[in-house]
Design a protein around this ligand. Structure first.
Ligand SMILES: [Zn+2]
Length: 382
């Protein structure tokens, strides 16, 4: 695997304020996951490396939010987050168990979106080769006029809108376990953004979309790519699917910028989903994305889902080290004490799936890959 970058200038865009906003006491998205991740990165010495910088995120503006969301929706988020009551907020997907009303939601989301915008600007200006904003990406289900799946304002759509406005073509790759439906919707009729989502099939998992046949519309036909996988796919099956489709399409598209959503709810311990990746399987994906990023020369990365605290801390620490071309030791440093029982960065792989079941997984995935290739490869001359 040849990564053309030797010592890429890597920006890690984060502030601990982003780990302090809890949607509700029992909500599965626990922002403290970012705090643990940050502590593990620090204990691993990543912030002592000469090629990692840690710029503070800025806050997004209302005008930036409105490039992706309708004004009345943005206003209602602002009103309820100041403690107001907004009749009909349910129509906007607000006040649900996934997207509860919470004081401060508007400002916190603006900071989160701002962290993604800061990362994008560092990369597009050339100040950094790679920028990673781990608080971003989790809004990938947010739609133009409604909140969904923990997402309120879709940071990826907003950041890519700004890039497209300056004439850049962007390849978006979403490796979250859930389909990146909000990002797909945000660029569904555009040929300037190639969206690729590899996820657990919507047959079994929220949001119930992300089928191969969703390929974009109008001028964007062929520029939305979906790779739905069978539940319990392991590292090997996930990577077989990635390798069969993603590098060829991205290279044929010839983007100016690579934008990746690095959700780690594909992990076999994740409580919400059913794919079975390990941290090392995830990190191998980050290495492959790094090869593509190095060929393109610009790589923006955001976080995403991930509801097992240990998997999030280890995977995103491994990701940042991979981005900066730094090799981590096998053992988690003993100075890291935020989470108990972490010994190694890599996992002991899950118990091998029953052989008969594995054949079902492989044949489901192979049907998916054949459909993607026959539907989309000819459009890219492949
Ligand atoms: Zn997810």
């Amino acid at each position: 695997m040849t990564n053309l970058w030797q010592q890429p200038k890597t920006a890690f865009v984060y502030t601990d304020k982003l780990s302090q906003y809890q949607l509700s006491p029992e909500h599965p998205l626990r922002p403290v996951r970012l705090h643990h991740m940050h502590e593990l990165m620090r204990a691993s010495g990543l912030f002592d490396l000469a090629n990692i910088e840690s710029p503070a995120p800025r806050t997004a503006t209302r005008a930036e939010i409105e490039t992706a969301h309708d004004t009345d929706y943005v206003s209602i988020v602002e009103v309820i987050s100041n403690g107001g009551i907004a009749p009909g907020m349910g129509e906007f997907g607000l006040g649900t168990s996934d997207n509860p009303v919470r004081h401060g939601m508007y400002d916190t989301t603006l900071l989160c979106v701002g962290s993604t915008l800061t990362a994008s600007e560092l990369v597009t200006s050339g100040a950094a080769d790679i920028a990673f904003a781990p608080a971003g990406g989790v809004h990938h289900h947010a739609m133009p006029r409604h909140a969904a799946g923990f997402g309120v304002f879709n940071d990826a759509v907003i950041a890519m809108n700004a890039m497209v406005d300056t004439g850049l073509r962007v390849a978006y790759i979403d490796i979250d376990c859930h389909h990146g439906d909000g990002v797909q919707m945000g660029h569904y009729d555009s040929d300037q953004v190639l969206t690729i989502s590899i996820h657990e099939s919507g047959q079994w998992l929220f949001p119930g979309t992300g089928y191969v046949q969703e390929i974009g519309s109008g001028g964007g036909s062929g520029y939305s790519v979906n790779i739905p996988l069978a539940p319990y796919s392991l590292d090997a099956e996930w990577h077989a699917a990635f390798d069969a489709v993603i590098p060829a399409l991205v290279r044929a598209f010839k983007p100016d910028v690579l934008f990746t959503q690095l959700g780690i709810d594909t992990h076999f311990h994740d409580p919400l989903t059913h794919l079975s990746l390990t941290t090392q399987g995830f990190n191998l994906a980050v290495q492959k994305l790094g090869v593509l990023g190095s060929e393109i020369g610009k790589w923006v990365a955001v976080g995403g889902g991930g509801y097992d605290l240990s998997a999030v801390a280890r995977s995103w620490t491994m990701a940042l080290a991979t981005m900066a071309n730094h090799e981590l030791p096998e053992e988690v440093p003993s100075t890291f004490t935020s989470l108990d029982a972490l010994t190694k960065f890599a996992d002991t792989p899950p118990t091998p799936t029953d052989h008969r079941y594995l054949e079902d997984i492989q044949s489901f995935n192979s049907r998916t890959l054949n459909e993607v290739r026959s539907l989309l490869f000819p459009k890219f001359g492949l």
